[in-house]
Design a protein around this ligand. Structure first.
Ligand SMILES: [Zn+2]
Length: 249
């Protein structure tokens, strides 16, 4: 069920123990030279809507929370942001009323890398505050790692930024928003030996023109397959979260 389209009475009538709340979160930030700043929000909405459609009677899909933690994108402008600690608190407060109302199953579906740390901490805080409920979340690309890697033709097999995966998805979903003439690869400048290190560097210092990866390999047809693969992976996970036996608090 779609939260934004429903009456409060219809939401109150749901079985709160059996309904999975899906909370898509994203961002509005620079996406290199060729993609719109709302890319992350458009993409996570597309994934979340398709999962909701497949499991409409077991899910309650919240509106996309589009304001993300994107300070590291500010050097390129075109970016709206909140600080990581603010987002962490907002996410706790976004989901708390539903927990107080008695809903028990939550999954944050993330579409923006900068949100990773705040959403993880928010889920830990919510679990401490409301034990016995299911507090889960992931970035959509993490739940579909293998099929996405198999569909990538460029040297990078994971999501970067304005990369082969994000650009393919946008070419499929919103081709009119993609400036194809401006597509340019932005290979990593990180020395190979440091590739596994967490390095808090803004995009002005870590990229050439604000991308991470190889959008030159993107295509709409690949985007269609990628979206289907992501939804195919996440739908059974959401079903399992809706069915999972909950631990007593
Ligand atoms: Zn992003």
């Amino acid at each position: 069920m779609i939260f934004a389209d429903s009456t409060a009475a219809a939401i109150r009538a749901l079985d709160r123990n059996q309904t999975l709340i899906i909370a898509p979160i994203a961002a509005c930030e620079q996406h290199a030279l060729h993609l719109p700043v709302f890319t992350d929000s458009i993409l996570v909405a597309a994934v979340a809507e398709r999962v909701e459609r497949a499991l409409a009677d077991r899910t309650l899909l919240l509106p996309v929370f589009w304001l993300g933690a994107s300070e590291h994108h500010l050097p390129f402008g075109g970016t709206l942001t909140v600080k990581v600690e603010t987002l962490q608190t907002i996410l706790v407060e976004l989901l708390s009323p539903l927990a107080r109302e008695g809903f028990s199953r939550f999954c944050i579906l993330n579409g923006h890398g900068g949100n990773d740390d705040p959403f993880h901490v928010a889920l830990r805080r919510l679990d401490a505050e409301y034990p016995g409920k299911l507090w889960t979340g992931s970035s959509y690309w993490n739940l579909a790692k293998e099929p996405l890697a198999a569909l990538c033709d460029g040297p990078r097999k994971t999501v970067g930024h304005a990369c082969e995966i994000e650009t393919s998805l946008m070419l499929y979903l919103r081709p009119e928003l993609v400036d194809r003439a401006a597509i340019a690869d932005d290979p990593s400048t990180t020395p190979a030996q440091l590739a596994d290190l967490f390095w808090a560097r803004d995009f002005g210092r870590s990229t050439d023109h604000g991308a991470v990866g190889y959008p030159g390999f993107a295509s709409a047809e690949k985007g269609r397959k990628m979206l289907a693969a992501i939804v195919d992976r996440i739908t059974p996970i959401a079903r399992e979260l809706a069915d999972l036996k909950l631990d007593p608090a």
